[in-house]
Design a binder for this molecule. Structure first.
Ligand code: COA
Length: 391
């Protein structure tokens, strides 16, 4: 029954509708998808049939991108073609670079990425089409352009000249190369590549859902990805990795961080990097990032951040029965690699753009507008009183 109709009923109360969804759409199946399966009880994450552990140990980020977009792992010819396409698409258009130059240096990198991504559609050759071939080309371009945007903005805000991408390097290698201005060590490139694999896709998370809602209006891929970046920025989602590192830095040692976390819990505050809507056990991505954080610390001769992180795991388990999520160990890993804190969430976006674009393609290929309903809890039957008689 519509709200207009119920407004005229005798009680002036809305007729009872379907029961309200649990808060935050918990447990609601929003769509069907062939991309990603998460078993929160078992701590299992599967992309198109492949376990995340198998992918992170045996496939590169480019291979996983291909898997998400095409539904199969590439053979060597297909991978070479994709790498060529990515390399060709890495330089960003001049107008986009001019926008990055115009942004005040204090702009948050996630805001710079969102702004630059939005403007990329201006001269995208496939701007007018949501066809699967056009979307596939746009997915490649966006994935290739993200590392260039993030690193160019970072260098510009520090008064440095952006570094042109090197077509011989991978996405991970290029990110590090364009960020630091020198060719990265092979080990660091491998770690960054693994981090990208681990962050590439994760089902109906908030940013992906946002992307699918936008795509379901038949808005274009750039619009949907821009909205997804906006959703990822929040501290309850991708923004948590920066917050984790800020907490560790603020505390500075293991005892202080433990005391600080206890204090935060007593104030009913959330501890960044812990908890998850779906996982009831260890997030499988955190298992790999934990190893990476430890190894990076040992290689750098400083395991302090890793050890501080470890200290919080039993504490959070005991106090709240919560486990670390993907953002927990990525923080100490990225910090040990020398990556500035406010680039942590943009790195998440650099990986997740592959998942977002795969979902947008899936949505456009079999679309129905996403338009849920709500349970109205406001009043009915009010009449407009002339303004001079209102209290
Ligand atoms: N620190 C302390 N308590 C936490 C917590 C955290 N990180 N995460 C959840 N909780 C507590 C809540 O306070 C709540 O306790 P209560 O029942 O006593 O009120 C309970 O656990 C359920 O949490 P809720 O926020 O309702 O779960 P959710 O499914 O809505 O939220 C997250 C999931 C991820 C948003 C939430 O765990 C969180 O905010 N984590 C910190 C931010 C973060 O790391 N985000 C990255 C996610 S990958």
């Amino acid at each position: 029954m519509s709200q207009t109709a119920t407004a005229s009923n005798a009680s002036n109360k809305p007729a009872s509708a379907a029961p309200a969804s649990p808060g935050g759409l918990q447990g609601v199946v929003a769509t069907s998808s062939e991309l990603c399966m998460i078993d929160g009880e078992a701590g299992r994450l599967v992309h198109r049939g492949y376990e995340i552990g198998d992918l992170v140990e045996n496939a590169t980020f480019e291979e996983v991108a291909y898997l998400l977009w095409e539904g199969k792992l590439p053979n060597s010819t297909e991978l070479a073609t994709l790498k060529n396409q990515l390399a060709a698409a890495m330089p960003i258009p001049r107008h986009d670079m001019a926008i990055l130059e115009a942004l005040p240096p204090k702009t948050q990198p996630m805001d710079a990425l969102r702004t630059a991504t939005s403007s990329l559609c201006a001269i995208d050759p496939d701007e007018d089409s949501n066809d699967s071939d056009a979307n596939r080309r746009k997915a490649v371009r966006l994935t290739a352009q993200f590392p260039t945007i993030i690193t160019a903005f970072h260098r510009l805000r520090n008064g440095q000249k952006p570094v042109d991408p090197d077509p011989s390097l991978s996405i991970a290698g290029n990110f590090l190369y364009m960020l630091f201005g020198k060719r990265p060590h092979e080990t660091l490139t491998r770690v960054m590549d693994a981090a990208l694999v681990l962050h590439a896709e994760h089902g109906m998370n908030a940013s992906t859902f946002a992307a699918r809602v936008i795509a379901a209006t038949m808005a274009d891929m750039h619009a949907a990805v821009t909205g997804a970046i906006a959703a990822l920025k929040g501290p309850l989602h991708g923004g948590a990795n920066q917050d984790v590192m800020e907490l560790l830095l603020e505390c500075g040692d293991e005892n202080t961080v433990e005391a600080k976390v206890r204090q935060m819990l007593s104030q009913k505050r959330k501890i960044p990097g812990f908890g998850h809507r779906v996982y009831r056990t260890f997030d499988p991505r955190a298992t790999f990032l934990r190893k990476m954080s430890k190894q990076l610390g040992q290689d750098a001769g400083n395991t302090k951040w890793y050890e501080m992180s470890e200290r919080l795991i039993p504490l959070m388990k005991q106090e709240k029965n919560l486990n670390p999520n993907v953002d927990f160990f990525s923080a100490s890993a990225y910090y040990t690699m020398g990556i500035p804190l406010d680039l942590f969430t943009p790195i998440f976006a650099m990986a997740r753009v592959t998942g977002w674009t795969a979902h947008i393609m899936e949505q456009h290929a079999n679309n129905r507008i996403i338009r849920p309903t709500d349970e109205y809890t406001g009043p009915l039957g009010l009449k407009v009183v002339p303004i001079d008689q209102r209290t």
